[in-house]
Design a protein around this ligand. Structure first.
Ligand code: AMP
Length: 558
């Protein structure tokens, strides 16, 4: 099937040819004829990346009455970024359709300039629901000539709490219209909206509901809750070409994990709702152009990010809403490439994992956290590979080489290789040389025989800071790194509500106790002592204080 055969006119053909679209994508083959030849409502089960914007955008442009300068099509979508992206795509498709005006309206930017543009006359409005309602209330957005309504990423709009706004908008548009609804999933609420506001809708499914996950391997790593962060680092280290999103459930987690990764020397940053729009744009742009390797994000903030060729998606814990998992994992495994969706879970999340397996109709394969040795080997191969493949600009370095040759003359080829590798690699080796392998919980969440408990050579210390102080394992590692004037081997970290236990190398235990007890400037003195075997720890019932000791981050331990 060609675009011409679908009935697309020459002006749009010219534009999409220039964009390099040669043949229609499956959703376009299905949706375009319905919209051009009939006025059926359409429900499309499709995710981003399937070509749905062109599927609804092209026929809408073609059907627009340019001479009539009133909004004829309303496209609703969940985020500002998607709003701009859809508007941009429509502007591209209508490059040779003279006079067609597309206006994106979204929250967080000047409403006045949007009102001015509306007054000048537009044909297609792409809007986020909240801002559109605002414009409707002010009387500046007239819906009486709307003939097409598109709801894009409808499930996501509901997730973001736009249900009422959508109801209000749909109740206000003329009944004589075509309504299109696109969604990656079909929760009940969407079916209800479809029943209430759509008539005789034709349901179009692109491939299988779970098609986007076909190239995706789903893998889970079961770890103790306290080891999640360490597991994350090992996974990132094991894949030197990692380019992925780490999804967290809360803004706080997102911020904390990103901060810990940055401190530990990773090329990471965070994306969440507490950032300003400019900050979010900046982070997204860095990630898009791959200047950023690991993006730690909440689901809502990541919606605006049009990047889906990730090597990995990491679920730092499973989402409450199972459908969200489909969105997350759909970001990888695109364009014929395989992707990996990883869940780092603790044993209590096991049932949740099974629920997701039922939803995606695929099994999670169990992953084994890579050992330090395996990581080092993998990194080494990658480094050697890079050395082998690096482009050598002979002309530019020719003058500099004699000096280098002369200086290294006394070294054999093997020595040069060793040094070159050490230069890049010592940091990684050093960390993994001393790092303990992660303890694997058994099915019931207990410890296996590999458990560190009782491992000789470790002292268990009591510290009077706990969960209520916002402590997570990386904080303790960081504090020890900063305040103990020696590299200390750290073992198991147990964080309880009001206090914690941290294992350190027996040989360094006294130094750690003394150093941490001396920390000044905290709102509450840190009390560190050897843990009492009977658990009757003095100082264990401490009042709650908000301040968490934080380092200035200039010492690192990976
Ligand atoms: P979407 O699902 O609308 O976000 O589209 C996914 C990507 O596919 C976008 O980058 C589009 O530009 C591209 N695309 C859409 N239709 C076609 C087509 N027929 N041929 C090639 N690329 C397309």
């Amino acid at each position: 099937m060609t675009f011409e055969e679908l009935g697309i006119d020459a002006r749009i053909m010219k534009a999409i040819n220039e964009l390099g679209y040669e043949t229609p994508m499956p959703i376009q083959e299905k949706v375009i004829p319905v919209l051009l030849q009939s006025a059926h409502d359409v429900i499309g089960l499709a995710q981003t990346g399937t070509g749905k914007t062109a599927a609804f955008g092209i026929p809408i442009i073609q059907k627009t009455d340019i001479a009539f300068r009133h909004p004829q099509t309303l496209i609703l979508c969940p985020t500002r970024e998607l709003c701009l992206q859809i508007a941009d795509d429509l502007i591209d498709y209508s490059k040779y359709v003279e006079g067609l005006k597309v206006l994106p309206v979204y929250g967080g930017s000047s409403i006045e300039s949007q009102i001015r543009s509306l007054k000048k006359g537009v044909h297609v409005v792409v809007a986020t629901p909240g801002r559109l309602l605002d414009l409707m209330k002010r009387g500046t957005m007239k819906l009486d000539a709307i003939r097409n309504v598109v709801m894009d990423e409808a499930d996501e709009m509901l997730n973001m709490g736009f249900t009422e706004s959508i109801n209000a908008i749909l109740a206000a548009v003329p009944k004589e219209r075509t309504t299109l609804l696109f969604s990656a999933t079909m929760p009940n609420e969407i079916s209800r909206i479809a029943k209430t506001y759509m008539h005789d809708a034709q349901e179009i499914v692109v491939g299988n509901k779970n098609e986007s996950t076909n190239n995706v391997k789903h893998r889970f790593y079961m770890v103790h809750a306290k080891d999640k962060y360490l597991a994350l680092k090992r996974i990132a280290d094991y894949y030197p070409n990692f380019y992925g999103i780490v999804f967290c459930r809360t803004r706080k987690d997102t911020q904390e994990i990103a901060e810990a990764l940055i401190r530990d020397g990773y090329n990471a940053d965070s994306l969440h709702g507490d950032l300003s729009q400019q900050q979010r744009d900046y982070v997204m742009q860095k990630f898009r152009i791959r200047n950023l390797q690991i993006l730690v994000a909440t689901d809502v903030a990541a919606r605006g990010l049009d990047v889906d060729d990730l090597t990995h998606v990491i679920n730092y814990g499973l989402p409450d809403d199972l459908e969200t998992y489909t969105h997350r994992s759909g970001r990888t495994g695109r364009a014929g490439k395989t992707g990996i969706s990883i869940a780092i879970v603790h044993s209590r999340e096991k049932n949740h994992l099974r629920d997701i397996e039922r939803l995606i109709n695929k099994k999670f394969e169990p992953g084994v956290i890579p050992t330090g040795k395996a990581i080092c080997e993998k990194q080494l191969i990658n480094l050697v590979d890079k050395i082998e493949k690096v482009e050598v600009n002979e002309a530019e370095i020719v003058d500099l080489l004699p000096v280098a040759y002369r200086k290294l003359d006394w070294l054999s080829k093997e020595d040069v290789i060793k040094r070159l590798i050490s230069l890049e690699f010592n940091r990684m080796l050093e960390y993994y040389r001393d790092a303990d392998e992660l303890d694997v919980p058994d099915e019931r969440g207990g410890r296996t025989e590999h458990s560190r408990a009782g491992v000789k050579g470790f002292a268990r210390l009591f510290i009077n800071y706990g969960k209520v102080d916002g402590m997570i394992p990386p904080h303790f590692i960081e504090i020890i790194n900063q305040y103990v004037p020696k590299r200390v081997e750290i073992g198991k970290i147990d964080i309880l509500p009001n206090f914690s236990f941290v294992e350190v190398n027996e040989a360094d235990a006294q130094l750690v106790i003394e150093s941490l007890n001396k920390i000044k400037g905290l709102e509450r003195k840190m009390v560190v002592d050897r843990a009492q075997p009977d658990g009757n720890q003095k100082g264990s019932r401490q009042p709650r204080y908000g301040q968490t000791p934080r380092s200035n981050g200039n010492k690192r331990r990976r």
